[in-house]
Write a protein that binds this ligand. Structure first.
Ligand SMILES: Nc1ncnc2c1ncn2[C@@H]1O[C@H](COP(=O)(O)OP(=O)(O)OP(=O)(O)O)[C@@H](O)[C@H]1O
Ligand SMILES: [Mg+2]
Length: 301
């Protein structure tokens, strides 16, 4: 049984975004005509720096208003009714800012009060349950600003889960974590996502590959491709080719082929290209999610 059964209901949740646009005061258009429909499970928002991931997330959680378009959560317009999403939301922002000098337990208690959990016993139960879940119960009396990066991120998840949210939005949560912490963190999110919507933004293909049932690739404020990771990989079957080349030849291949990656393998330069047909001298390789990502980015540059 999923341990989060006691915190969440099993209802299917839906987030519908339609024709969303956002232009900042300085004239920069950070979101361009985005439409998405997201249901329970883990949804990966993948894109390079500056793609607009944080802009999109901050707009969904109601921290900023879109210039146009609609956002509905379980059929309620949350652009006009921000309280509805705030009540049902857990948010782990990319930049949490400075932690006050209070211990983990007291900080969670404070946030729980702000989230409207007025019953003292219920607050205590939830805080203990969540601190145990994120492996921080042992550190409940330690001040959060003294935590390691991984511990801070797990604390961030605990605060996001207070109040039984139906939608959890985490903005680049694994950035700066070592592989072991990243694994632990990802497993935690994956556990939760059976019964709620979890939207995870990242620039790491690896995180999406291992965790997300559905994903979208965005860049320059636009959605470039959406689907299930496996299906997107299958689309590339028989279209990814590789070849070892000399450094001097690189220019030629960059100009004449759709090169999606280049890497040095034992000091030999190897390029991977996208092509519907086998280019001469290339051998076929199995497509990976990395190829999906770099192919989509390169075709939309
Ligand atoms: N408050 C703001 N005012 C003006 N421009 C902004 C503002 N916030 C972000 N931008 C710009 O909008 C674009 C998208 O930024 P955003 O932070 O959403 O990208 P991101 O995908 O989250 O990037 P990263 O992976 O680096 O976190 C960038 O060009 C950024 O400079
Ligand atoms: Mg960001």
């Amino acid at each position: 049984m999923n341990m989060f059964n006691i915190l969440t209901t099993k209802k299917m949740n839906t987030l519908k975004i339609n024709n969303l646009e956002l232009t900042y005061k300085n004239g920069h258009q950070a979101i361009r005509n985005i439409s998405l429909e997201i249901k329970n499970g883990m949804f990966g928002l993948l894109g390079p720096n500056g793609a607009g991931k944080s802009s999109l997330m901050k707009t969904i959680v109601g921290l900023q208003k879109p210039s146009s378009g609609t956002i509905e959560f379980n059929d309620i317009d949350v652009v006009s009714q921000t309280e509805y999403i705030k009540k049902n939301l857990g948010f782990l922002p990319q930049d949490f800012g400075v932690y006050p000098k209070v211990n983990a337990y007291d900080l969670l208690n404070h946030i729980a009060v702000l989230k409207g959990i007025n019953n003292k016993v219920e607050r205590k139960n939830q805080i203990q349950y969540l601190l145990e879940k994120v492996n921080l119960w042992h550190f409940k009396d330690k001040e959060v600003h003294t935590f390691s990066g991984g511990m801070k991120q797990r604390f961030g998840v605990a605060q996001a889960l207070l109040g039984n949210p139906k939608i959890i939005i985490v903005d680049e949560p694994t950035a700066g974590l070592d592989p072991e912490e990243r694994n632990r963190f990802n497993t935690l999110l994956s556990d939760i996502s059976n019964e709620v919507i979890v939207i995870l933004s990242t620039h790491l293909v690896e995180d999406v590959k291992n965790l997300c049932s559905e994903m979208t690739i965005m860049n320059k404020g636009q959605i470039l491709k959406t689907g299930r990771p496996k299906a997107l990989i299958t689309e590339l079957q028989g279209k990814i080719w590789s070849k070892s080349i000399n450094n001097e030849e690189l220019e030629f291949y960059l100009t004449n082929f759709n090169v999606i990656s280049q890497q040095l393998i034992e000091r030999q330069l190897q390029i991977t290209v996208f092509s519907p047909e086998q280019p001469e001298g290339f051998y076929s390789i199995e497509p990976l999610l990395e190829h999906v990502y770099f192919n989509v980015l390169s075709q939309n540059n």
